[in-house]
Design a protein around this ligand. Structure first.
Ligand SMILES: [Zn+2]
Length: 476
C-alpha cells in the first residue's frame, strides 16, 4: 500500500491572487507526493486565516485530528512556514506528528525529520525565523521577491561582500573586496585553513564588509555564497543573477566541499606559535618569550631586550623543539589518571555546556542547509543571529571552566590522543596545553650538549596546573 499523504496549504489574506497562490502550492505539493510515491488522500486549505494574526486555522486543526486518528502517513506542505508561524503552533504539531509516526515533507525545504532533537530544533528555529519575518513579509512581497529572483535581480538586504549595490536589483563588483575573495579562495584550495587566512587578513588590517574582524564562519559564508558565482537563491532555488561573478561556479562548489567538510584535517602552519601570551618564560630574567622568525633560520622563542621587549635578550630556543617537547609532556599527562583528577576538580556549568553543544550542532546543520539552498538568506541570517547569541552566552558561562572545556571530550588512549592532536586546530591545541600547563620556564642552554637540543631545558621548568601532574612519569 502506498503511503497516504495529506496536503496542507495556507495563504494569508491578500487581495490579489489568493486563490491562485493556494492552487500553486497544492499543485507543487501534488508533484512532491507523486515523486515520493504517496497517494494524496486529502487537501487541507486554510486560505482566509493568517497563522500569525492569531485567528484559528480550522483545516490545520482538522488535519491534526486526522493525523491523530491514523488516517495519514505523510504531511506535505509547500514550505515549513505554511505549517506553523509561531512557536505555539509548532509544539502541538511536533507532538502530534511524532506520536503518530508521521513523516513531514515540504516542497521548499525537503523532509523535516521531527523524530530527532536536532530536526525539531531546526523546525523550531525556522519557525522562529518565520515568526520574526512574518509581519513584514506579505504574500505580495514574497511574490515580488520571487519575481525579482526570476529576473536575476538582487532583492536588497545586506549587500554581499565583494559587491556594491547600485540600485535596481543590480550588483557591481567591488574590486578590492573581490580580490580578497579570489585570494582567500586560492589559499583554501591550496590547503590553508580558514583560521590562518582570517589571521592573515587581520594582520593586514583588512576588515569585513562592515569593517569587522574576519571570523572563520564569516569567511566560510563569504566564499560559498551563490552571489559569488553570479547566482542568487530564492526558496531553495538558484537563479542566474544579472551581475558579474567573482569566482566560477565550479570553484565555489570545490570550496564548499572543502569548507563544509567537518572531517577536513586542519593542518597547523609551522610558522605559527603554539605557546603564546607568557606561556614560556626566560630562565635568566623571567620575562615572557616571544615567537620570532627571521630569515632562513628556524623559528625561535626568544627573550627580547629593549626596545622590542623588556627582557635580558640573552636566551633563545628553537620553537619547533619546544613545541614538540611540550606536546609530548601534555599528551602523557592526559593519558594518566591525573587527567580525571583535573576534570573532577573542575566545576562545570552543565547547562551552559549543553546549550553550547546544542547551539553549535544546530548552527552547523543550518549552515549546511543554507549552503544546500534549503534555507533562504533571511531565514539563515535570523537563525544565525539567534544561535550565535546562544553560543556566546554559553561560551561566557564556560569561560571559567576552560580546563574542563578543553579536556572533557578527549580520547582516552595515547594512540588516539596523538592522532587527535594531529587533527586539532592551533586554537584547540592551545586550549589543551593551557588547561594542563600554567607556564614553562626555559633554562639557559649549557655548552655540554654540544649544540644538540636538550629537552630538560623545557621539562625541568614546566609549572603544571594540577599538582598531580608533576608526579606523572613523563615520556622523554
Ligand atoms: Zn631573559
Amino acid at each position: 500500500m502506498s503511503s497516504r499523504a495529506a496536503i496542507y496549504t495556507r495563504i494569508s489574506r491578500d487581495p490579489v491572487g489568493t486563490g491562485l497562490g493556494v492552487a500553486r502550492q497544492e499543485a507543487e505539493c501534488r508533484d512532491l507526493a507523486a515523486r515520493i510515491g504517496a497517494q494524496v488522500v486529502r487537501v487541507y486549505v486554510d486560505d482566509d486565516y493568517s497563522a500569525f494574526s492569531g485567528t484559528r486555522r480550522p483545516a490545520f486543526e482538522q488535519m491534526l485530528e486526522d493525523v491523530k486518528a491514523g488516517l495519514v502517513d505523510v504531511v506535505i506542505a509547500w514550505h515549513p512556514d505554511r505549517l506553523y508561524r509561531r512557536q505555539r503552533d509548532l509544539l502541538p504539531f511536533i507532538d502530534t506528528v511524532q506520536a503518530a509516526g508521521v513523516q513531514v515533507a515540504t516542497v521548499a525545504a525537503g523532509n523535516m525529520d521531527l523524530s530527532t532533537a536536532s530536526g525539531r530544533m531546526v523546525a523550531r528555529v525556522v519557525g522562529a525565523a518565520a515568526e520574526h519575518e512574518s509581519e513584514r513579509k506579505s504574500e505580495r512581497l514574497q511574490l515580488k521577491h520571487a519575481e525579482l529572483a526570476r529576473r536575476g535581480r538582487w532583492a536588497g538586504g545586506a549587500t554581499p561582500y565583494g559587491f556594491r549595490y547600485v540600485g535596481d536589483g543590480m550588483l557591481e563588483i567591488e574590486p578590492e573586496q573581490a580580490a580578497i575573495i579570489r585570494e582567500a579562495a586560492e589559499r583554501v584550495l591550496q590547503g590553508q585553513t580558514l583560521h590562518s587566512i582570517c589571521k592573515n587578513l587581520s594582520t593586514r588590517q583588512i576588515g569585513t564588509a562592515r569593517g569587522g574582524v574576519w571570523r572563520v564562519s564569516t569567511l566560510a559564508n563569504t566564499l560559498t555564497m551563490p552571489s559569488v558565482f553570479g547566482f542568487r537563491i530564492w526558496r531553495g532555488e538558484l537563479f542566474q543573477g544579472v551581475w558579474q561573478p567573482i569566482l566560477d561556479r565550479e570553484t565555489v562548489e570545490r570550496l564548499t566541499v572543502i569548507i563544509r567538510n567537518p572531517a577536513r584535517k586542519r593542518t597547523v602552519p609551522s610558522g605559527v606559535a603554539l605557546l603564546i601570551g607568557g606561556r614560556l618564560r626566560c630562565g635568566r630574567c623571567g620575562h615572557p618569550l616571544v615567537s620570532a622568525w627571521a630569515g632562513p633560520r628556524p623559528r625561535v622563542y626568544v627573550c627580547k631586550q629593549p626596545p622590542d621587549g623588556r627582557g635580558c635578550g640573552s636566551l633563545s630556543i628553537v620553537a619547533e623543539k619546544v613545541e614538540a617537547t611540550i606536546k609530548q609532556q601534555v599528551l602523557s599527562v592526559l593519558d594518566s589518571p591525573a587527567r580525571e583528577a583535573l576534570i573532577l576538580t573542575t566545576k562545570l556549568d552543565q547547562e551552559a555546556a549543553k546549550n553550547l553543544v546544542y547551539a553549535e550542532a544546530l548552527l552547523r546543520e543550518l549552515t549546511g542547509r543554507y549552503a544546500d539552498g534549503e534555507l533562504t538568506t533571511m531565514e539563515w541570517r535570523t537563525c544565525r543571529q539567534v544561535l550565535t547569541h546562544d553560543i556566546e552566552t554559553a561560551r561566557a558561562g564556560l569561560a571559567k571552566d576552560r580546563a574542563f572545556n578543553a579536556l572533557a571530550d578527549l580520547p582516552t588512549s595515547s594512540g588516539e590522543l596523538e592522532a587527535a592532536w594531529a587533527t586539532w586546530s592551533l586554537e584547540r591545541r592551545r586550549q589543551v596545553v593551557d588547561a594542563v600547563i600554567d607556564h614553562t620556564t626555559i633554562r639557559p642552554s649549557s655548552k655540554s650538549t654540544g649544540g644538540r637540543f636538550d629537552p630538560t631545558r623545557v621539562t625541568d621548568g614546566i609549572c603544571w596546573i594540577h599538582r598531580d601532574f608533576g608526579s606523572v612519569p613523563h615520556a622523554g
